[in-house]
Design a protein around this ligand. Structure first.
Ligand code: NAD
Length: 510
């Protein structure tokens, strides 16, 4: 049963989307053609010119109005997201409304400061004669390509940053969740955004590829490693900047001195939140031998309490689409065939008609298994026993991915030390990975998990050309070091080098 399926190729590719909760059709969409994508970028470029002329504070006023829409229309957003993804109500509110409100207000409030022109002091003697000012100029039109696991927040967070920085945005949402993007578009319209400043082009991978070729000035991409490589290649050919927020295989290390109750709760939430469709989801757990049995016992007890329902209160939602279900099932089959033991769950939920996989606890896993090597993206708590923290760290770092990770210990200093040795973009101590929701923390992966960092001052400035303007303080008289070149001038320069970098006083001045 396909959650989205191609129902026509002619005159263009047309898709039908079903809800993973009910498996009933909820909408259809057509892929924009490359010409339509190009036309959208051209319209965006026209809209961007006057948008860039507004000051950041004026642009922020639009964002405050967008925030009003989010606050007022919470229920509409939540209902649509649940219908389209099958995530739980708590997750729809927390991830898709709360996190969006937080991002919009964070950047609307701070963008004027983050993007204010800066005077920068010039080092050494040049500082006496030159003046440097740095201004943050928009890039132009940003192409935004997003995945399905956070269909509203993963669009809105980069969108508000790119817009506040003075750009226009053309957005290609995931074909699995096209309706959420249309709702975001409607919210921006209701907030009075200028026409064509933010456009949504629906479609599949080919449409995303067409967007990169359509004349945009930057691509902000969130998605899988495999697609990220293609996007990077295409942006490389076009010589446009790109940020790649890609997949992960986050490890959790549980030390002997950890608060086991909290760590077990963190393992369950980290692994099962958003049905495990979380780029920083906890996918591998390494627990040291002395506390292994007690930890597993607590996790099993907690997992058995998790509720999975398609209506009313529920802790673990649906798998958002069928292809992810296939990956989850194949990783679990491979793990069991290689000796893993399922303690809880381990199958589709037979009680529910929709696309549900039971919250699962699996032990006796190893790095021979797909479950511990590839991104599973499912509600699976996979636990491996290790001798000590060093072995845990070695295994945690034995991955092609490097997005986030977490360390659990009662010793704060040890937590910091272990965290620093993790080969990941970020780490949490005594907490599941929540870095994406904290804009002060630069977010981005290392190894195959991505290129570039987003969020915060650094993130919003990533949507700008950082434009240095260097002025001579006097602006008149002879140019220092100018023509004619003379032997006397050369001797003077060499003397000066000997003084500046050959004496303690000179080095201090330099
Ligand atoms: P995906 O790579 O299949 O698709 C992402 C987007 O790229 C979609 O809109 C898709 O249509 C588009 N696309 C596909 N082929 C393309 C091409 N050749 N050129 C341009 N665009 C193309 O990823 P997905 O399955 O939608 O999302 C899940 C993945 O996203 C997971 O790996 C997850 O870890 C990752 N993710 C990462 C982060 C992060 O911040 N690091 C956040 C959320 C999700």
């Amino acid at each position: 049963m396909a959650i989205y399926e191609r129902i026509a190729d002619v005159p263009r590719r047309r898709y039908r989307v079903k809800s993973p909760v009910t498996l009933a059709p909820i909408g259809e969409f057509e892929s924009a053609t490359p010409d339509e994508v190009r036309a959208a970028v051209e319209r965006a470029r026209k809209a961007q010119a006057s948008w860039a002329e507004l000051g950041v504070k004026d642009r922020a006023a639009y964002m405050w109005r967008l925030l009003d829409q989010f606050v007022k229309r919470q229920d509409e957003i939540v209902e649509l997201v649940i219908q389209e993804t099958g995530k739980t109500r708590t997750e729809a509110i927390g991830m898709e409304v709360f996190a969006c409100c937080d991002a919009i207000s964070f950047y609307a409030k701070r963008a004027p400061r983050f993007l204010a022109p800066e005077k920068r002091r010039i080092h050494g003697l040049m500082g006496f004669t030159k003046r440097l000012r740095v201004v943050y100029k928009p890039l132009g039109v940003v192409g935004l390509i997003t995945p399905w696991n956070g269909p509203v927040v993963l669009a809105v967070n980069p969108l508000v940053q790119a817009l506040l920085a003075g750009n226009a945005v053309v957005h290609k949402p995931s074909e699995v969740t096209p309706l959420s993007a249309l709702l975001v578009k409607k919210l921006t319209e209701a907030a009075g955004f200028p026409p064509d400043l933010y456009q949504v082009v629906q479609g599949d991978g080919q449409t995303g590829a067409a967007l990169i070729e359509a004349g945009v000035d930057k691509i902000s991409f969130t998605g899988s490693v495999a697609t990220g490589r293609k996007v990077a290649e295409a942006c490389g050919r076009r010589l446009i900047p790109v940020t790649l927020e890609l997949g992960g295989k986050d490890a959790m290390i549980v030390c002997a001195d950890a608060d086991l109750e909290r760590a077990a709760a963190g393992a369950l939430l980290g692994s099962c939140m958003n049905t495990g469709h979380y780029c920083c989801g906890t996918e591998r757990i390494y627990v040291v031998e002395p506390i292994y049995d007690r930890f597993v016992e607590k996790v099993v007890a907690g997992a058995k309490q998790l509720r999975q329902n398609d209506a009313g209160e529920s802790d673990v939602g649906a798998v958002f689409w069928d292809q992810q279900m296939e990956i989850i099932e194949s990783h679990m089959q491979d793990a069991v065939a290689k000796g893993a033991k399922v303690l809880v769950g381990g199958r589709r939920n037979p009680r529910l008609a929709g696309l549900y996989y039971e919250p699962t606890v699996v032990v006796d896993v190893s790095h021979e298994m797909e479950l511990m090597r590839r991104e599973t993206f499912g509600p699976i708590v996979a636990i491996q026993k290790v001798r000590d923290e060093e072995e845990a760290l070695r295994l945690a770092n034995d991955s092609e991915y490097g997005l986030n990770g977490n360390v659990w210990t009662g010793d704060a200093e040890k937590g910091q030390r272990l965290a620093e040795r993790m080969e990941t973009g970020g780490v949490c101590v005594n907490d599941m990975a929540i870095t994406y929701g904290i804009p002060e923390a630069p977010f981005g992966g290392v190894k195959a998990s991505g290129v570039g960092q987003v969020n915060g001052a650094q993130g919003i400035r990533g949507y700008c050309h950082v434009h240095p303007i260097l002025a001579d303080r006097k602006g008149k008289g002879p140019i220092q070091g100018g023509y004619p070149y003379t032997r006397k001038g050369e001797d003077g320069m060499q003397k000066f080098i000997r003084f500046l970098w050959g004496t303690p006083l000179g080095r201090w001045l330099a």
